[in-house]
Design a protein around this ligand. Structure first.
Ligand SMILES: NC(=O)c1ccc[n+]([C@@H]2O[C@H](COP(=O)([O-])OP(=O)(O)OC[C@H]3O[C@@H](n4cnc5c(N)ncnc54)[C@H](OP(=O)(O)O)[C@@H]3O)[C@@H](O)[C@H]2O)c1
Length: 240
């Protein structure tokens, strides 16, 4: 009876995770959303009887604390999180380059895209809610590959890509730090590809259902030695 915890589930890739995972009644799903006052029609339609919708603003540490407390009440003594998907993120002002970065935009992106996943993992760990073999998926972007970007591909969305590079480094740290507490833990970053969501836009390459199907295949096939790796949704490794 695996337990999944996913952030940013009211739309996009997070919503599709819920939709696909809810097909199995064996899965317990904690579906986090930024605000309970959002339109939850699609999420409620996708949810199963064992899906729990909770509020978590990943840009706000107080909200993450409250989320972990609510999740603890739902999971009780016997259930722990087997899969933690940090999917919530923002890409603000993608037109900004390295020469006109917005101070507020960069702070907000670092707060939601980096500190959010950091504190979510930290607080769930401290609450004793991560299973011994937990799989943590930090959703990154191909734009966070220094090697690919330096090689000329996709030099855009400066602030967002900087925040995702920081998320990649967070993941490298988490993959080691978490192992010291949970020897079977595997933490990865994964690029879902260019996906048709509000962030990806209608002109993106992949349907969200295909991208999420691919991501779930990668996550379900993770081995011990994959800890700390940077994956493409196809299962190939991406150069840092
Ligand atoms: N789509 C792509 O082409 C693509 C490519 C590479 C990587 N990714 C990554 O894939 C992940 C999912 O992206 P997506 O395409 O599904 O994006 P999306 O359609 O823009 O959805 C983003 C989700 O994150 C939530 N979110 C934003 N700020 C939040 C906050 N402070 N607290 C909690 N939730 C918050 C949003 O909730 P609200 O509706 O409440 O704002 C929404 O549910 C992200 O990490 C993104 O960087 C996407």
């Amino acid at each position: 009876m695996p337990v999944y915890c996913i952030t940013g589930t009211n739309r996009g890739i997070g919503l599709e995770f819920v939709r696909q995972l809810a097909q199995s009644p064996d899965n317990t799903i904690i579906a986090a959303i930024r605000s309970l006052s959002s339109d939850l029609t699609e999420l409620k339609a996708a949810a199963s009887a064992s899906t729990h919708i909770l509020e978590c603003d990943t840009g706000n540490v107080t909200s993450i604390h409250a989320f972990v407390k609510s999740a603890a009440q739902i999971l009780g003594e016997n259930q722990k999180i087997d899969f933690l998907f940090n999917s919530a993120a923002v890409n603000l002002k993608s037109s900004q380059s390295s020469l006109n970065l917005g101070v507020d935009e960069l702070h907000t992106q670092l707060s939601i895209n980096v500190l959010g996943p950091a504190k979510t993992v930290e607080l769930f760990l401290d609450a004793g809610l991560l299973s011994q073999n937990v799989r943590v998926l930090n959703m990154t972007s191909g734009l966070a590959s220094l090697q690919l970007t330096a090689g000329g591909s996709g030099r855009k969305c400066a602030g967002y890509s900087i925040s995702k590079v920081a998320l990649n480094m967070l993941t490298v740290h988490q993959s080691d730090d978490l192992r010291k507490r949970l020897p079977g833990a595997v933490v990865i970053v994964l690029d879902p590809g260019w996906v048709k969501t509000r962030m990806g836009g209608a002109g993106a390459q992949s349907e969200v259902s295909d991208a999420v199907g691919d991501v779930l295949k990668v996550v379900h096939g993770l081995k011990d030695e994959d800890n700390g790796a940077f994956f493409h949704h196809t299962g190939e490794k991406i150069p840092w």
